[in-house]
Ligand binder design. Structure first.
Ligand code: SF4
Length: 458
């Protein structure tokens, strides 16, 4: 260890990841950078000298969560607690750097989405200013997005699986979405880099990898001038030790026949797709600037299910978009009944500054938005139960993730359950003791719960 690293080891830092998996990956990279510089990365705000809050700024509720977290951490600042400095990174700081520094005086530095790689430098400067009450606030938020901070040997904070970022930013310009303003336009990560990272992860014994980007189905489009997700999946499946590859965040028109062919034909690639459709009425899809139509969604779902009848398909929809009439909402519900997504997440539209939908006419009142949100979840409960009944009696490989609170069952996920967003499978082991990270065959014996399932090892 060099002299600086030895000195740095006395500085304790906690990193908090808010928002989505992409933010978690960025946090893991920052944590790795800080450890390489010799800092003591811990998981305890109270004992920390510095706290880094990696924020989400996608919608109103995410902004509220970020501000609440900053205020909570501020309570631990000297003289009430031990925390000397607070750094806010990620989407919220990219979007509102001046506002954060002005309105939240407890924050000492803001770091934008192109500057995760500068974290060790920023920490070093803050440490040198520990005893300077007049120190100037740090604002490093020029540019946006990109990959410069990603290292292939990052430390993982997830158990039994690892996220891999394959793209950053977004090529689309959905009228409600602030992501392109925050993360910039879409850039694909070079394939060699992704494969190298996957090999390192597999070498550590992690068997499940999950690919993430704002739109994974666009992978390669600007870098290789064509979509190359299918090729990437094939190459990842050749890596020894990887048992399951999952793709999240696709776009319906990027679900192409060659992609489906590769997914259907390779046992290591999960028959699982996460494809946010956002709405089911053509009028609203058009106002959202989405390229999909209800007919395209219908035909792509047919194509997927024909090639992979066991494919678990997840989606996200939004209610309360400006101009969404009762008739549009009825059409969405009718289509959802027809499309039968296995899993569904619902968002309530929130007007985001800088996006076209912000000042579109016919904004929907909060009560109506909430009612529609509740109705969607009621409807989906029935659809999800009906869909999961189809899995009763099937044998599936399950990744053992933990033991249930009562100690009776193991808790796992099969190809059909993504971590955090999906239900789990409770597994009773017939005889032998299982280890976290094991992949075991299990037969699904109970789907009567609305979401979670029970299985026994076979
Ligand atoms: S596809 Fe649309 S909703 Fe998704 S990140 Fe891109 S612009 Fe936002």
């Amino acid at each position: 260890m060099n002299k600086n690293a030895t000195e740095n080891s006395s500085i304790k830092i906690t990193l908090l990841a808010l928002g989505c998996s992409k933010n978690l990956i960025d946090c893991e990279n920052m944590s790795t950078e800080l450890k390489k510089a010799g800092y003591n990365v811990i998981n305890n705000i109270e004992d920390s000298d510095i706290v880094v809050i990696n924020t989400c700024g996608f919608i109103e509720s995410a902004k509220t969560e970020a501000i609440d977290t900053i205020l909570e951490v501020a309570d631990y600042k000297v003289p009430n607690g031990n925390v000397r400095k607070i750094i806010v990174s990620g989407c919220l700081s990219q979007r509102y750097p001046e506002d954060i520094l002005k309105d939240l005086p407890e924050v000492d530095a803001v770091l934008g989405t192109a500057h995760y790689g500068d974290i060790a430098e920023v920490v070093a400067r803050l440490v040198s200013e520990f005893d300077d009450p007049e120190a100037e606030k740090i604002n490093i938020t020029s540019g946006k997005g990109g990959f410069s901070h990603l290292v292939t040997d990052r430390e993982l904070s997830t158990d039994g699986y690892a996220w891999i970022k394959i793209g950053e930013g977004c090529l689309h310009r959905c009228s409600f979405c602030a992501i392109p303003l925050i993360r910039g336009t879409f850039v694909s990560r070079p394939m060699e880099e992704i494969l190298e990272e996957a090999k390192i992860i597999a070498g550590r014994g992690v068997k499940e990898i999950i690919l993430a980007a704002q739109d994974t189905t666009n992978y390669g489009i600007e870098l290789y001038k064509e979509r190359r997700l299918a090729e990437l999946l094939k190459k990842l499946a050749e890596i020894d030790g990887i048992e399951l590859i999952r793709v999240m965040y696709g776009y319906m028109d990027g679900i192409t026949p060659d992609l489906i062919e590769v997914m259907a034909g390779n046992p290591k690639i999960a028959h699982y797709l996460d494809i946010p459709i956002q709405h089911g009425s053509d009028k609203i899809l058009k106002a959202m600037y989405r390229r999909d139509t209800a007919d395209l969604i219908t035909s792509r779902l047919e194509m997927i299910r024909k090639a992979m009848p066991d494919c678990i398909i997840r989606t996200t929809v939004m209610v309360g978009f400006p101009g969404e009439t009762e008739e549009d909402f009825r059409i969405m519900k009718e289509n959802l009944k027809k499309w039968k997504f296995d899993r569904l997440g619902c968002f309530i539209f929130s007007p985001e500054e800088g996006t076209p939908a912000f000042d579109m006419p016919d904004q929907i009142d909060d009560e109506t938005k909430q009612r529609r949100y509740d109705e969607i979840y009621e409807l989906q409960k029935e659809i999800s139960s009906e869909q999961s009944q189809k899995r009763l009696g099937t044998v599936t490989k399950v990744n053992i993730c933990s033991v249930s609170d009562d100690g009776i069952f193991y808790v796992g996920r099969s190809y059909g359950e993504s971590p955090e967003v999906d239900p789990v499978i409770y597994i009773a082991s017939q005889e032998e003791e299982l280890k976290i990270g094991d992949f075991v065959d299990a037969k699904i014996v109970d789907c009567s719960d609305e979401y979670d399932m029970t299985a026994v090892t076979v």
